[in-house]
Design a protein around this ligand. Structure first.
Ligand code: ACO
Length: 444
């Protein structure tokens, strides 16, 4: 229960509540402070709960736990709202500049022209990898999963830039952020080249962020890849749509690792591993595999929906459902609307888009999905755009990681700058054996 009282505004976007929540346990009352966010989100503060009462909160999957206060991204999952530093995601469609969005997320406001220029220059300067790092790629098997290479190589960056683990000011942090955001693109492209047995292509300082990535992916030493501005714009938009999503699984991982004061690179390398899973970023691969199976006649859309509803099948409608969105994922809406545009401009007809539309139509009118508020998420349509711009399937989750990097960097910085930050260390409810005696091996 809440006790309503007057709120006192203090600091940026935060309200210190004079109201409290009362917990009654075994007849005893505990008053718990209540916090309210800038958009009215209410959180009961249980930081002193165990000290006061000896009990803990139980919330597996953290669906009801606010792990931090953050000013970076706002989501209203019921209304399908996503905003970066207050700016609705839809407003980036007409200005697809991933680097501007990255700076916004990390530093909290839109950059002025000189600031954007400086950051772009830093990205250019830091795009090449240390030559010694190039040899690491040769140690990976040719068919190694690119996400494994990406995580390993981001971690390896710590070996080459140890001093970047400490930041005295924002300027130093900006250099570290630029290094990571720029090099991740080079690492990603190199991992693809390695998997194809093709020579590495050095970054071209004359090219912008997305164009440079496409160049490193698809140019040959004897044949320069010609960059289509439509493709470049589509890639910018795709990265922007993935740039941050508050405390999701991979971002929480970055914060969890960073809370031990692990450096930025190590924390983001852990984020890549979390993103890899099929229930998170890996879903974009699973969606295309599912659509492809339907296309090749292995499965009918109606059967697919039936399987997804059957709890014993172990099958899920990939690209559908979200922990937070109980309405349309606004990113899916944007991507869906861009799919037609991009495919039309590139002169591509992708039958998988027709299948995706059919599946969506069937799912949206099915009570199973309606009752559970399951809608397409960002991964449902993103693969179709990636295919259109020539990205191979096993690079899809890597693309997600490149896009998400600015968000991880911003979240890591916000936590790093927060004086109240403590090491993340959840508790548990132990359900194992009670005290039992050790039995020597000969008596077992
Ligand atoms: N297909 C069929 N049923 C589903 C699906 C789905 N895609 N998603 C959820 N459900 C069902 C669950 O079985 C559950 O049913 P029940 O109430 O009868 O037990 C109900 O809907 C609620 O689902 P939860 O699993 O409790 O939802 P949760 O918040 O834990 O999981 C998740 C969210 C992981 C995204 C889930 O919807 C899912 O697995 N979707 C498919 C994978 C996917 O697309 N992941 C990408 C997410 S976006 C991102 O990470 C970028």
């Amino acid at each position: 229960m809440y006790d309503e009282a007057e709120n006192i505004t203090f600091g940026k976007g935060m309200t210190k509540m004079t109201r409290t929540a009362t917990l009654i346990l075994d007849g005893k009352k505990y008053e718990l402070p209540v916090h309210e966010g800038a958009e009215g989100e209410i959180g009961i503060d249980i930081t002193q709960l165990r000290a006061m009462s000896g009990v803990i909160a139980y919330d597996p999957g953290y669906a009801n736990t606010g792990s931090c206060k953050s000013a970076i991204t706002f989501i209203d999952g019921e209304k399908g709202i996503l905003r970066y530093r207050g700016i609705p995601i839809e407003q980036f469609i007409d200005y697809p500049n991933f680097i501007e969005a990255a700076w916004l997320l990390i530093f909290g406001r839109l950059p002025q022209k000189p600031e954007l220029r400086r950051f772009s220059e830093l990205l250019t300067v830091h795009a090449p990898l240390h030559e010694a790092m190039k040899h690491h790629f040769e140690g990976f098997p040719v068919n190694a999963p690119p996400m494994a290479i990406l995580s390993a190589m981001i971690n390896t960056l710590s070996c080459f830039d140890e001093h970047l683990a400490r930041f005295e000011d924002d300027e130093k942090f900006e250099v570290a952020a630029a290094k990571l955001i720029s090099k991740v693109r080079t690492i990603a492209a190199y991992s693809y080249r390695r998997s194809m047995g093709q020579p590495f292509i050095y970054p071209d300082p004359k090219l912008r962020y997305c164009a440079n990535f496409l160049h490193m992916m698809f140019s040959m030493p004897y044949d320069q890849y010609v960059i289509d501005p439509e493709v470049e714009d589509a890639l910018n938009l795709l990265f922007i749509l993935h740039a941050d999503h508050e405390q999701n699984c991979s971002t929480s991982t970055v914060r969890m690792v960073g809370s031990s004061r692990a450096n930025l690179f190590a924390s983001c390398a852990a984020g890549v591993c979390a993103l890899w899973g099929p229930l998170h970023g890996g879903a974009n691969v699973a969606v295309i595999e599912m659509l492809d199976q339907i296309h090749k006649g292995g499965l009918k859309p109606e059967e697919c929906i039936k399987l997804a509803k059957d709890k014993n099948s172990g099958f899920k409608l990939m690209g559908f459902g979200h922990r937070i969105y109980k309405n349309f994922d606004p990113r899916a809406r944007v991507i869906k609307s861009q799919c037609d545009k991009v495919l039309y401009k590139l002169g591509i007809h992708d039958p998988l888009l027709d299948i995706a539309r059919k599946l969506e139509e069937l799912a949206l009118k099915d009570p199973y999905f309606a009752e559970r508020k399951l809608y397409p998420n960002v991964d449902f349509y993103s693969g179709i755009i990636m295919r259109a711009i020539g990205i191979p399937l096993d690079m899809f989750t890597v693309m997600f990681a490149i896009g998400r990097l600015p968000g991880w960097v911003a979240q890591w910085k916000e936590q790093h700058d927060d004086d109240t930050m403590r090491i993340a260390r959840p508790r548990q409810i132990y359900i194992g054996e009670r005290k039992t005696d050790y039995t020597p091996i000969i008596n077992r």
